[in-house]
Design a protein around this ligand. Structure first.
Ligand code: IMP
Length: 174
């Protein structure tokens, strides 16, 4: 298991750059004022950093960490809050930045706990979505790429904590 590695590039560095810049422009057009970004660690760190580098104006950031997968490529279905936010969300325009929506369980949990903190608006941006794997219907306003049912790594996403550093999205064959 541990010696599995990506065998092909699914989304290149250039495709990521172009699409992330496009998403940033769209989000900024929808939210021209203060935007508060909540990035979900660890998977969203690279996406978030490229996204905000493409945004001008007032953007603040906070981080939370959840654990949804133990190790390997199958979901446990359990979501645990590992690190909470440092600041309150009341009255703010909040954008959740997530790496990938798979079953949708993690995002549903996150949206529920963040909505309970009374933000003015709450939207979600995900780099990747695997709709064929969805177990719960969850709303995502901004999706970078819709992909087939592959286990992917790179650009922040891991397999057993490896490959987050790859500058592209690669596929791990099962
Ligand atoms: P969900 O709760 O099943 O939607 O899973 C969401 C989380 O599982 C993501 O935030 C990722 O951390 C992880 N995940 C789901 N699919 C993949 C994948 O293909 N590669 C790496 N991590 C994944």
């Amino acid at each position: 298991m541990a010696d599995r590695h990506p065998t092909r590039v699914l989304i290149s560095r250039e495709q990521l750059d172009t699409r992330v810049a496009e998403m940033a422009r769209q989000i900024r057009a929808d939210y021209p004022g203060n935007l508060h970004i909540v990035a979900v660690l660890k998977g969203a760190f690279m996406f978030m950093s490229d996204l905000v580098r493409n945004m001008e104006g007032s953007v603040s950031m906070d981080f939370m960490a959840v654990s949804s997968y133990a190790k390997g490529t199958t979901s446990s279905g359990e979501v645990r809050l590992v690190k909470d936010l440092d600041t309150a969300l009341d009255g703010r325009d909040v954008l959740i930045v997530e790496d990938i929506v798979d079953t949708g369980l993690t995002l549903t949990y996150l949206q529920e706990i963040l909505r309970a903190r009374n933000p003015r608006t709450l939207r979600t941006a995900c780099l990747l979505s695997k709709p064929s794997r969805r177990k719960v219907d969850v709303g995502v306003e901004y999706v970078g790429f819709t992909i087939e049912d592959h286990f992917v790594v790179g650009y922040g996403l891991d397999y057993a904590e490896q490959f987050r550093n790859l500058p592209y999205i690669g596929v791990i064959e099962s």
